[in-house]
Design a protein around this ligand. Structure first.
Ligand code: ATP
Length: 443
């Protein structure tokens, strides 16, 4: 679908999200809590659709993948082994005048971006959020809220292999909340301190890791395109050597072109055998794979290499919103705001609308609504003019609207289906409605 708008400003997205119930500021009635957000009725449908699409594509639809849901709280030694206690930090600088804090690598000059004041030397600031387990708040009871879901997968490697008999190449995926005490947040939900991740740790035989890294990059690029994201808005950015995380041999980010520039959508890293080896060393438990099909005895045991495609659910949702948003000039000087969501992620699939709130039309429309609702997430709306109601559905990205009119009652027992993107309408007998909707939503 060709867009009219090439790029959209953040304030339009923020205001649409609040107005229509996608995303709200958290604790708003108390003045809000900095960079934390709540998903409203439409936002949560969209979010669930993204999670489901990911889960289906990368877990259920592949025979080399299994799922997991590990706890947010983990043994503190996990973070010592993974390197997070020692190195999961960002360089923090502070303005000596206004005391605002910034990430040193996020600002260009030696002066404070807010007031121009002098800034301090950078010091490392650990990004893990701490809490306490049990009634005593001392260092012995201190635990962390996980900063990534990945470690829950690594520490369960042996459990999953034993339980499932999977052999490399195979992967474990999970979706869940992560927390980072980010120094600079901002750009709405782009960088927050509480967020949700969808991560895969894919275990392969050393030597095949680079090939698998490439495959995963291609699989994810294709997935975003299949979800309707415009190809020209996506790019791949390999990390320079000095930018690589402590565990990584190579990382490439998939980036999206936002109104403010290119921003990371996800990272795909070659984590080598760093994590499994580190956990084996710290726990004393062997975390290798025994391959009895390998002939050479000394090669039968090996520690798999890991390719990790890591994506934020909130980040994906923001990209889908930005990419779907469009404004079209209509005849008569009106503007139509439309979200061109792919049907698979659209929060509402079908709207059922009687032509007016007429006592004869409403019961028939309700009957059609019941029919459609049993198959698709559907909204019924009979308030205000039909034109206004089409606009409301366009603005939340509903792909199809079904209208019940007097011809339905008096002549043909048929309804019209209006397409969100083309605004074209076709007439379909009610008996064929569900099948036709299904065909149209399958693209
Ligand atoms: P950065 O260097 O920008 O702080 P990162 O490269 O360390 O982030 P990863 O650890 O690779 O990020 O995280 C994987 C994915 O999780 C990111 O690509 C993003 O989609 C999501 N993500 C990470 N941090 C945040 C955050 N603070 N808010 C929202 N999503 C996040």
């Amino acid at each position: 679908m060709a867009h009219t708008l090439d790029s959209v400003e953040m304030d339009k997205i923020v205001s649409l999200c609040k107005r229509r119930g996608f995303i709200f500021q958290s604790s708003e009635i108390y003045g809000g809590l900095a960079s934390t957000y709540d998903y409203g009725p439409l936002g949560i449908e969209l979010k669930r659709n993204i999670r489901d699409a990911w889960w289906h594509r990368f877990i259920q639809d592949r025979d080399d993948m299994v799922g997991l849901e590990s706890a947010i709280l983990m043994h503190p030694q996990v973070w010592v082994a993974s390197g997070h206690t020692g190195t999961f930090s960002d360089p923090l600088v502070e303005c000596k005048t206004c005391h605002h804090r910034f990430r040193a690598d996020h600002i260009d000059s030696k002066a404070c971006p807010d007031c121009g004041g002098e800034i301090t030397e950078a010091r490392n600031f650990n990004l893990m959020l701490k809490t306490f387990l049990g009634p005593v708040e001392d260092t012995a009871s201190q635990v962390y809220l996980r900063p990534e879901t990945a470690q829950g997968i690594f520490v369960n490697f042996q459990n999953v292999v034993t339980a499932t008999r999977k052999r490399p190449p195979f992967g474990i995926g999970q979706i869940g909340k992560s927390f980072r005490n980010e120094i600079t947040t901002g750009n709405f939900t782009f960088r927050t301190r509480e967020f949700e991740q969808m991560e895969i740790e894919f275990f392969v035989k050393p030597g095949t890791d680079e090939e698998w890294h490439q495959k995963w990059i291609e699989d994810f690029m294709q997935w975003f395109i299949d979800l309707g994201v415009r190809e020209e808005k996506l790019r791949l950015r390999p990390h320079a050597k000095e930018e690589l995380s402590h565990y990584s041999k190579a990382t490439s980010d998939i980036e999206y072109s936002f109104a403010w520039g290119w921003g990371e959508l996800m990272g795909i890293a070659n984590r080598t055998d760093f994590d499994l080896k580190a956990h084996a060393e710290h726990s004393g438990v062997r975390l290798d794979y025994f391959d009895d099909e390998i002939e050479e005895p000394e090669q039968k045991h090996y520690v798999p290499y890991v390719v990790e495609p890591a994506l934020g659910v909130d980040r994906a949702l923001l990209v889908l919103l930005f990419d779907a948003y469009d404004e079209e000039a209509l005849e008569g000087g009106d503007t139509r705001v439309v979200l061109h969501f792919h049907p698979s992620v659209a929060p509402i699939k079908v709207a059922v609308l009687p032509l007016s709130r007429n006592e004869r039309l409403v019961p028939k429309a309700r009957e059609v609504y019941d029919l459609v609702r049993s198959r698709f997430v559907t909204q019924y709306d009979d308030a205000q003019s039909i034109g206004r109601r089409y606009r409301r559905q366009d603005e939340i990205g509903t792909p199809l609207a079904v209208t019940v009119d007097f011809q339905t009652l008096d002549e043909d027992n048929a309804v019209t289906i209006r397409d969100r993107d083309t605004m074209e309408q076709i007439r379909v007998p009610i008996a064929e409605l569900v099948n036709t909707l299904e065909q149209k939503l399958k693209r």
